[in-house]
Design a protein around this ligand. Structure first.
Ligand code: WT7
Length: 635
């Protein structure tokens, strides 16, 4: 069938038009031909964005792990599924074949069952980028348990919030993790978190750094001895198409993280189909996505999408700067990586170190480059194109979100002519719309507006765990009958999209999605703080960095300000994690507010970006006098 692998631009337009005219027929064909179903669907799609309710492939039965593992055993049993590259360049890489993966996932699944985990139970996974992370994700899916992976850079309190929000019965972790030259006490973080998590019955602990950890009697178990005892066979649970596969948290405009719920069949079909086309994946390829499995990029494009295609997916434990800034390129050369997918923040950090690190390695295996997570600036785009791709490897600038499950706007390499900083065209089946302030769709080209999606796609999140109303309010209420992304975008003269950034209270720092509210809540916990407001400002490497405006209580004013800054960042690190630390903290007498008491972030954003030429009319503020004071003392 031709529509699984798009080969040229006319074909893209042809397939795109079909996917829009007859979405049910289109996705049915994709689902028919490329997956293993226990039972086929009764209905391809039913949807109502006003509820909102979306169901794909209703009535179908399947297990995603049979699609990601079992069905490859006869043809690709000895092919590497996961190529694990450790933190230390001296430790050998591990080639985990499809046969190995089958055994490891089944053993792990049997351990979960023996610990009382059954279909529908939530299991929290808090692991570094080691094979057990991918294996435990798949083991949950094998038995129908819902995995909730929490990025292992989150603090104990952020972990506890996520465990409790979805009532996880079990936590899977490791003694610790390696991160460059450092090691991190993950088990200690889990122990702290579990002080506040009464629902957790057991903790499975993988050994990675062989540190001394406290094992709590009756709760904590070493993983390896259980795996050693477990059988290599585990029947895959038969799942319904719309059964939840996983929960993944993302930050929102209130303090509480949103547990996005992804379901089984549609997620599988869309991540597999996008993986194959967006990376023009071929059987012999060695594909590497540098994200962490703790984010959606890792779920969809390290684990599920690649494995559903029988691909070899590189999983890297370490960081780009260890032992030096050549590490990524050393790995590309060593494993002859063909597709390399990373974030603009990593590109900028590496570009800053110069091309010397790059020139030492042979990067000629690279065919396709990808970027994701935030808008890529022109300079970084060209650096990537010139030095990594040598102008021969097309760059796919892929726009998507935790909520969308898969890539939404992207070039198709060798098919879509690329344009720096543009995510270019909607992927097959995706119907974007740009909206104006009055809720009207802006038609035509050379326009900009708020980015919405008009029609369901198979991998969209179905709800927020435990809070469907919030799902509706956040994504389906701003514009009638449309999914609102929270991003602004422009459409150029040929219909290419460029994502211009968030239009809500989310700030993307180093590709991490951070809500202002949770950070402000954390800062306000400091006893000397009365109020705070966080905004983003442009940063050479991180894309955006955080600028905090903080007003102090009377006694706080007498404290040493530099010490206070440290303490505030300490509270943030404890409550959320080091990724949310502020680059600048300005103490102010007050925050500019509207008469209804809403903080005017627009003004604060301009001051933080050193752009005070056009602050607009500030006279209608409740407290216009604070503005000049903030400008005078800006950092
Ligand atoms: C937000 C989603 C899904 C991958 C990781 C991030 C921004 C993502 C791009 C891109 C411009 C991008 C958007 C989006 N974003 N990719 N190629 N160009 N912006 O997932 O944490 O859910 O964040 O990341 O603002 O809404 P996420």
């Amino acid at each position: 069938m031709s529509n699984y692998h798009i080969k040229h631009l006319e074909e893209y337009y042809q397939v795109y038009r079909k996917s829009i005219r007859e979405p049910e027929n289109f996705w049915e064909e994709v689902a028919e031909e490329h997956f293993m179903w226990r039972k086929k669907w009764d209905k391809v799609l039913s949807w109502d964005f006003s509820k909102p309710e979306v169901k794909w492939f209703e009535g179908a039965q399947l297990n995603i792990t049979e699609n990601c593992i079992d069905r490859h055993l006869t043809t690709r049993g000895d092919k590497t599924a996961i190529l694990f590259e450790p933190n230390s360049a001296d430790e050998p890489a591990q080639h985990i074949t499809y046969k190995d993966l089958y055994k490891r996932v089944n053993k792990f699944a049997n351990v979960l069952k023996a610990q009382g985990i059954t279909k529908g139970d939530r299991v929290c996974i808090y692991l570094p980028m080691i094979p057990e992370l991918a294996v435990s994700v798949l083991a949950c899916a094998r038995i129908g348990a819902i995995h909730s992976v929490v990025f292992a850079g989150f603090s104990s309190s952020a972990l506890a919030t996520r465990i409790n929000d979805s009532d996880c019965k079990m936590v899977i972790t490791s003694d610790g993790s390696y991160r460059g030259a450092k090691s991190i006490d993950l088990k200690g973080i889990v122990d702290d978190a579990l002080e506040d998590c009464p629902g957790v019955e057991s903790v499975l602990v993988a050994k990675r750094i062989h540190s001394e950890v406290v094992m709590k009697e009756g709760r904590d178990l070493w993983l390896q001895p259980l795996l050693d005892e477990a059988s290599e066979d585990c029947r895959a649970e038969v799942m319904n198409a719309e059964d939840p596969l996983f929960i993944l948290y993302t930050s929102g405009s209130t303090g509480k993280p949103k547990g996005m719920v992804h379901t089984t069949a549609g997620y599988m079909v869309y991540t597999a189909y996008t993986f194959k086309n967006v990376f023009q994946y071929r059987e012999e390829d060695i594909y590497w996505c540098t994200a962490d499995v703790g984010w959606i990029t890792g779920h969809s494009y390290i684990v599920y999408g690649p494995l559903a295609n029988g691909a070899t997916s590189v999983m890297f434990e370490g960081v780009p700067s260890f032992p030096d800034f050549g590490r990524f390129w050393e790995i590309v050369e060593k494993h002859k990586v063909t597709q390399f997918y990373t974030a603009p923040t990593a590109i900028r950090a590496l570009a800053k170190e110069g091309v010397g690190y790059l020139e030492k390695y042979d990067l000629s295996s690279v065919k396709v480059l990808g970027t994701v997570g935030e808008p890529i600036n022109e300079e970084a785009w060209h650096w990537y194109d010139d030095n990594v791709g040598k102008k021969k490897a097309p760059i796919v600038d892929t726009w998507w979100q935790t909520e969308t499950g898969g890539i939404m706007i992207t070039p198709i390499p060798f098919v879509t002519p690329t344009k720096p900083t543009y995510a270019t065209l909607p992927f097959i089946g995706i119907q974007p719309a740009l909206m104006d302030e009055n809720g009207q769709e802006i038609k035509g080209n050379q326009v900009d507006g708020r980015l919405c999606i008009k029609f369901p796609w198979p991998s969209m999140a179905r709800t927020i765990w435990g809070d469907h109303q919030r799902y509706k309010d956040t994504y389906f209420s701003a514009y009638e009958n449309k999914y609102f992304t929270g991003d602004g975008a422009l459409r150029d003269e040929v219909g290419y999209y460029r994502i211009t950034g968030r239009v809500d209270d989310v700030i993307i720092v180093s590709g991490h999605n951070l809500g202002t509210a949770p950070i402000e809540d954390a800062i306000n916990e400091h006893p000397a703080v009365s109020e705070s407001a966080i905004v983003g400002f442009p940063h050479d490497i991180k894309g955006n960095a955080l600028y905090g405006y903080v007003t102090l209580k009377e006694f706080g004013e007498t404290r040493d300000h530099n010490n206070l800054r440290k303490e505030i960042n300490q509270v943030i690190t404890e409550q959320i994690g080091p990724i949310a630390k502020l680059d600048k903290i300005q103490f102010t007498a007050g925050l500019p507010k509207t008469r209804s008491g809403k903080i005017m972030r627009r003004i604060l954003r301009k001051i933080a970006s050193k752009d005070t030429s056009n602050l607009g009319d500030t006279s209608t503020l409740l407290n216009p006098e604070v503005v000049q004071d903030i400008i005078d003392n800006a950092l």
